[in-house]
Design a binder for this molecule. Structure first.
Ligand code: RFL
Length: 394
């Protein structure tokens, strides 16, 4: 079969590109290795920037989100045993939106497949890309029902298969450069079946290590605990998790933590990469396939959506009107935001981890950074602007 566009990966990036193409009546095929039930339940991110929400809304993809997501106006830093509220919406008029990634993926799959009539194949195996540098690329995969390799010809391949996908590796050697940054730190990522312990996101900077509290929904809360990057989650029985969270998030007047069953416990390594350019021939990368930002600044899903807005619009303009301006500028437009967010993540990583570095000099400069955000209105505004992210490109 033949499709103008084959999209590899049904995450936030791939599904958004697919929805934009279907709205422009461009045929496309989405290939996904997992099942629909699996991707609709896979918990990951939860924070959406206003720019991402507005970008989805403009493309008719935010109806459920706007009804169900929580809007946050403040976050809280805890250090030196005290609570410091940071009211970013008061400063900027802009919110953070909390909407678990699996809810967004569920909305996007339903809209793409059930409403806009897009084709999607779940459970495919051994996806391979062919001739992406020529004019007639194709994608092949092993069909889960028949066990046979199917070949799909296309004009463009959108590589949206995340950090562990295969599309990035299909780029011929020497065409792109991959820059890497590694903070040498791990976070134990926890999901707890319990209501949030505070009304906002909380960041704890403590000599024992960073701890974070992120409300996800009325009955599920995410927590993070800094740990060695090669730590084993089995080293973290429930008692140790709660003792460490209480200690690192403790502050005068802080409400007690609402404990509950741990439903996820995994160690994430805090590392980053950026592939430049994000395009090679007729293969265009988007989201985590092109760049990874450690979850330090909650930027990954937002960057994936911004790439997808640009890529979907650019492919639609090219395929329906012959206008290739968007495609030509795609990589440069995405990378400007990507590097801006990478830099902020770097800055924030020092704020989160400097206090526990064991180096009193780094601890001193970290606390000075934090105090400045609360003492200087200009520093507060600058921080809020980066924390909340850039507006939608269009
Ligand atoms: P995804 O979501 O990984 O989707 C890629 C899809 O491709 C499929 N796939 C393949 N399909 C076909 N063929 C192959 N060979 C394939 N290989 C893989 C996968 O099954 C999957 O369905 O990438 P996308 O669309 O680029 O979206 C990126 C985001 O998912 C990611 O950046 C965020 O989850 C990162 N992140 C966070 N981002 C935020 O903006 N805010 C947050 O608060 C936040 N918290 C997080 C996070 C990531 C986390 N983990 C687990 C890495 C918290 C965590 C714990």
């Amino acid at each position: 079969r033949r499709f103008p566009v084959v999209i590899v990966g049904a995450g936030p990036a791939g599904l958004t590109v697919g929805n934009i193409l279907r709205a422009a009546s461009v045929d496309c095929l989405v290939l996904e290795t997992e099942s629909r039930a699996f991707i609709e339940q896979r918990p990951r991110a939860g924070v959406l920037e206003e720019g991402a929400v507005r970008g989805l809304e403009r493309r008719g993809l935010a109806d459920t989100l706007l009804r169900r997501a929580q809007r946050h106006t403040e976050c809280e830093f805890r250090f030196d045993g005290r609570r410091h509220r940071f009211a970013y919406t008061e400063l900027t008029g802009v919110h953070h939106w909390v909407y678990p990634q699996q809810f967004l993926v569920t909305d996007l799959v339903r809209e793409y497949a059930d409403v806009r009539g897009g084709e999607i194949r779940f459970g495919v195996r051994d996806v391979e890309l062919h001739d992406v540098d020529g004019d007639h690329p194709s994608v092949s995969y092993v069909c889960p029902e028949t066990g046979r390799r199917e070949v799909v010809r296309c004009d463009f391949v959108a590589g949206c298969d995340g950090a562990r996908g295969v599309t990035r590796d299909a780029i011929p050697a020497g065409r792109t450069r991959t820059s890497r940054g590694d903070y040498g730190i791990g976070w134990l990522a926890l999901l707890v079946e319990a209501p949030p312990s505070a009304d906002s996101v909380v960041f704890g900077m403590h000599p024992r290590g960073f701890a974070g509290h992120m409300p996800r929904s009325a009955d599920v809360t995410r927590y993070y605990l800094q740990c060695p990057p090669d730590d084993d989650p089995e080293n973290w029985p429930e008692d140790r998790v709660w003792a460490e969270l209480r200690e690192r998030l403790g502050a005068d007047g802080a409400p007690p933590l609402t404990e509950g069953r741990l439903i996820e416990k995994r160690v994430l390594e805090m590392h980053n990469y950026v592939v430049e350019p994000m395009v090679s021939g007729r293969l265009l990368l988007a989201g985590d396939a092109a760049h990874l930002t450690a979850p330090i600044a909650a930027k990954g899903m937002n960057l994936a959506l911004h790439d997808a807005f640009l890529l979907g619009d650019a492919l639609a303009a090219h395929l329906t009107k012959g206008d290739s301006t968007g495609l030509d500028g795609y990589s440069a437009a995405c990378l400007e935001r990507v590097w801006d967010y990478q830099e902020f993540s770097h800055w924030l990583s020092e704020v989160y981890h400097g206090v526990s570095s064991g180096d009193p000099y780094r601890a001193g400069t970290t606390l000075a950074r934090l105090r400045r955000v609360f003492a200087s209105p200009v520093a507060a505004r600058a921080f809020a602007e980066q924390y909340l992210g850039q507006p939608a490109t269009r």
